[in-house]
Design a protein around this ligand. Structure first.
Ligand code: ATP
Length: 220
């Protein structure tokens, strides 16, 4: 039986940008996603902290997706005071959605390369499919032969399986290469450069109104 495929898209979104949106919209067309739920995360203390607050990152996502019914926003990770692991969040999502419905988690190619080191990485595919978007500058080869074998064991070229089975497949999507990163956007804004083509207009306006990502905004 084939069922509507719902995908979760996690990240820091500091800020959400056109790279995120353009790529996952193309992915949604390719594999016929019914919905993409964007879930900004709480960043662990040992990792570089986002420059925008949780509320600001959430508000920018809300503005970016306001006119597009493909997208929804999930605030659960931001509402916790502690960072959560993707595997735990996916387990909770799976419990809510039931065990027969197909679910997917979206990542970029850069995240695929580090995925084997994530907390309880082996559990992820028992909870959902993983949809990987191309990203310029990152090799398509995993870092070790063992990781490459793991990848190939789960790969599918048949999008129908993503709808028929609840979890367990990896799909390398043929999405456009979009050379935009939040890091580069923050650097441009710090230098006072425009990000017109890189950000949704409403997000660009929000950043300007809140004076985000300027060097002096950290002490303001
Ligand atoms: P930063 O530069 O701060 O690391 P980022 O631009 O990578 O940020 P994140 O919020 O960390 O954005 O990304 C969330 C997810 O989106 C990750 O899985 C990442 O791989 C993916 N992603 C981000 N930008 C792109 C892009 N231009 N093309 C494809 N995937 C992307």
């Amino acid at each position: 039986m084939s069922m509507a495929l719902h995908a979760l898209f996690g990240g820091t979104f500091d800020p959400i940008h056109c790279g995120h949106l353009r790529v996952v919209e193309a992915l949604a067309q390719q594999v016929k996603l019914a919905r993409i739920t964007i879930m900004p995360n709480n960043v662990p203390p040992h990792r570089p902290q986002p420059m925008a607050s949780s509320i600001q990152r959430k508000e920018m996502v809300a503005l970016a997706i306001a006119d597009n019914p493909l997208f929804a926003l999930d605030e659960r990770e931001l509402q916790r005071t502690t960072p959560s692991y993707t595997a735990d969040t996916l387990a909770q999502w799976r419990e809510e959605q039931g065990y027969t419905r197909p679910l997917a988690f979206i990542i970029g190619q850069d995240s695929l390369l580090t995925l084997p080191t994530w907390y309880h990485a082996g559990r992820l595919l028992s909870l959902c499919h993983i949809l990987v978007c191309r990203r310029p500058g990152y090799p398509v080869q995993m870092k070790s032969e063992e990781e490459q074998r793991w990848l190939e064991a789960h790969l599918t070229n048949d999008p129908a399986l993503l709808h028929q089975e609840p979890a367990g497949r990896i799909w390398l999507a043929d999405t456009p290469l979009v050379d935009i990163s939040a890091t580069a956007i923050r650097q441009r804004l710090q230098r006072g450069q425009s990000c017109r083509e890189l950000l949704p207009e409403a997000v660009e306006n929000y950043i300007r109104a809140h004076r985000l990502y300027h060097t002096d905004s950290q002490t303001a």
